[in-house]
Design a protein around this ligand. Structure first.
Ligand SMILES: [Fe+2]
Ligand SMILES: [Fe+2]
Length: 374
């Protein structure tokens, strides 16, 4: 993952995109039914899903729809653009600010988006193949999004413009002594305290956000930390829920999608570190005072902050009497679905959504949390 710090278009643009997700995404409503028809009895286990497995898959479909919606917004403005993109222009200035973090940023954003659409489409199609109810959030696509150059202007499910980003994942994965599964009261330090204390946009809301340069860079930096923030959640969600599924094929699905969330997280762990390293850091947004510190210089640095320490540090796991182990954390399973919902609500991702939206999402989460392995 290079860190060219050169605000130019990604070199992979000329190579081409690996896939085109929007064709699949635009057809999402019908895709579940269509794809279900393609899944033959030989390809899936016979028989119906247990109510618990259905509830877990439905909540995961919901989570993936939410991910797809937020990633689509990032992709329209900061991903590579291809013939499938709704506007096809992107936002060159925002893309350049993201490319300051890593020369491959635009490609990574596109591909993460692609993956989320594939997750939601697959999960809904699988549910339909088992004659289980699918999940749609289309009635809740009500939020006006960015009007900056590159935005499709479509209504959104999620709000990326008033985020309070919890950056404690950064230090949680560096701790060799603490694991919230063993000590739920542990508080990990914030990597970027300012991001966790206010409301900040992670995308240019209008073209007025494209300057001054340090303001736009702070927006790109916010996005970088939000990318990892979202994907570390997925990294915990799948193994947590996998412990309560019953059908081996459903277990296979969770064990196969979950690590992709972690591959995303690991990528963003690396790129976010460039927002808090020289030469970009330290940086102060002149419009609101948001500070991205240089985490390699005093009073930072060391095991807790050094930016190239991106591999999960071995930590206590299962029992403090066992030797430390390098693991995803947390993976305690009880209440994980509502925990994820509460986390996303707290970060402001659903600011502006209706009471009916929260009722629907909370219902899906509660049902998933009630599932037990038979
Ligand atoms: Fe996903
Ligand atoms: Fe994800």
């Amino acid at each position: 993952m290079n860190n060219d710090c050169v605000p130019t278009l990604p070199r992979k643009v000329a190579v081409g995109n690996r896939r085109s997700f929007l064709r699949k995404g635009l057809a999402a409503a019908g895709a579940a039914t269509t794809a279900a028809g393609l899944l033959s009895a030989q390809q899936t286990n016979s028989g119906q899903l247990t109510p618990g497995d259905t509830a877990i898959l439905r909540f995961l479909a919901a989570a993936e729809i939410i991910e797809s919606d937020l990633w689509e917004q990032y992709n329209e403005l900061g991903g590579i653009q291809d013939s499938e993109e709704p506007s096809g222009t992107g936002n060159p200035a925002y893309t350049a600010a993201l490319q300051n973090l890593d020369g491959d940023m635009a490609q990574y954003i596109h591909d993460n988006t692609d993956d989320e659409f594939s997750h939601q489409n697959f999960l809904n199609a699988y549910l339909a193949s088992k004659h289980a109810p699918t999940v749609s959030f289309e009635p809740f696509r009500t939020l006006p999004g960015s009007t900056a150059t590159g935005s499709s202007g479509k209504l959104r499910i999620t709000n990326l413009m008033q985020l309070t980003v919890d950056t404690s994942w950064y230090t949680r994965y560096r701790s060799g002594t603490q694991n919230s599964d063993l000590d739920p009261n542990v508080v990990f330090p914030q990597a970027v305290p300012g991001l966790s204390a206010g409301q900040f946009t992670a995308i240019p809301r209008t073209d007025a956000d494209l300057s001054p340069a340090d303001h736009l860079q702070a927006i790109a930096n916010t996005a970088a930390f939000h990318f990892a923030d979202v994907e570390q959640g997925g990294s915990s969600l799948y193994p947590s829920l996998a412990q309560r599924v019953t059908n081996p094929e459903v277990l296979r699905i969770l064990l196969s999608i979950g690590p992709v969330e972690t591959s995303h997280f690991q990528t963003w762990f690396d790129t976010a570190g460039n927002a808090v390293s020289q030469p970009l850091a330290p940086l102060t947004d002149p419009t609101n005072g948001l500070v991205f510190p240089d985490l390699n210089s005093p009073p930072y640095g060391g095991e807790t902050y050094q930016t190239n320490l991106i591999m999960p540090e071995p930590c206590p796991f299962i029992s403090g009497s066992l030797p430390p182990c390098s693991v995803i954390r947390p993976t305690a399973t009880m209440g994980i679905a509502m925990g994820v919902v509460d986390f996303l609500v707290a970060e402001g991702l659903f600011i502006g959504q209706s009471a009916a939206f929260f009722e629907f999402l909370n219902g899906l989460a509660r049902a998933a949390d009630a599932a037990r392995r038979l």
